[in-house]
Design a binder for this molecule. Structure first.
Ligand SMILES: [Fe+2]
Length: 292
């Protein structure tokens, strides 16, 4: 077939994928072509706009490295990450809601014992975190592996700070026999997602702000359960209703309470005021997914 025009090219491209052996891939490519062509027919881009789009995607790829993931940022700011998350996490009663992984997770974070201080000496208001890890039915999950990571007092992650050569405000804990972890850190700050790249250009051009409300990230895994990727957000933050990546859920907001100087939950003493965060996490059994 030849002489493709704006009316027959979509079907012709779809038919070109007819021989795709993998049925799922065939379905994905068919839908991609169909929606992409509909999008083009809808906006009728000029050639200059097509070139601008190619340039934008090229810059998005070129700015990525092992510490910067602009494509995840693009997915996040378009709401695509939260949509994928929502589709994949239809949760049973008692299971903690999920939210975006975000671009600042790092594999192989330092391992810590309960009670450790993950702040690596960075300044800030002491925050004592206590969490309990259980199955959705309430059964404690001893030995669950819990990764935590967060921003500093100025809203930066360690990987964004050129002055830091070591990990800070991130670490991996293992839940004790009652499914508990507890650690010291500092109060995280709200922060803008990196906006010095193409995603930032998009936000500026569309009059959107880049801010995320203050939060602590958690990734929790235990054998037989779906790995939980979520955050706990600080109640009262001014950006809870306009998170740049659409990640906030009411069930994930907690008071980071103000406490007077004195005894911390682990029995140690502090002479300064401190903040206290507690959260009980519920993990979804793997079997639930197969049954769904
Ligand atoms: Fe974050």
């Amino acid at each position: 077939m030849r002489d493709f025009d704006e009316h027959n090219i979509t079907q012709a491209v779809i038919e070109r994928f007819a021989g795709t052996p993998d049925a799922r891939l065939k379905r994905i490519m068919t839908s991609l072509v169909s929606h992409l062509h509909d999008f083009i027919r809808d906006v009728e881009p000029s050639f200059a706009e097509w070139e601008a789009a190619i340039g934008f995607l090229t810059r998005t790829g070129q700015i990525c490295d092992d510490k910067r993931q602009e494509f995840i940022l693009l997915s996040d700011t378009l709401g695509a990450s939260m949509l994928v998350d929502a589709i994949n996490h239809r949760l049973p009663e008692g299971a903690t809601e999920t939210t975006v992984l975000g671009p600042f997770f790092v594999q192989n974070a330092p391992k810590f014992e309960n009670g450790a201080d993950v702040s690596a000496g960075l300044p800030g208001e002491l925050l004592f975190v206590e969490a309990r890890i259980a199955a959705a039915d309430g059964t404690p999950l001893a030995g669950a592996v819990v990764d935590v990571w967060q921003s500093d007092d100025d809203g930066f992650y360690d990987v964004q700070r050129a002055d830091l050569s070591h990990a800070a405000l991130r670490g991996q804990f293992r839940a004790d026999g009652e499914g508990r972890i507890f650690f010291r850190t500092i109060q995280p700050a709200a922060y803008p997602i990196p906006y010095d790249g193409p995603v930032g250009d998009m936000l500026k051009a569309t009059n959107r702000h880049p801010w995320r409300p203050a939060h602590v990230h958690f990734m929790i895994s235990a054998p037989g359960y779906e790995t939980l990727v979520t955050h706990v957000f600080a109640a009262g933050d001014e950006y809870l209703d306009s998170d740049a990546v659409f990640g906030v859920k009411n069930s994930l907001i907690r008071e980071f309470t103000h406490e007077a100087p004195g005894r911390l939950p682990d029995g140690t003493e502090t002479s300064a005021p401190w903040r206290h965060l507690t959260y009980d996490f519920g993990l979804k059994p793997l079997a639930e997914r197969q049954a769904a």
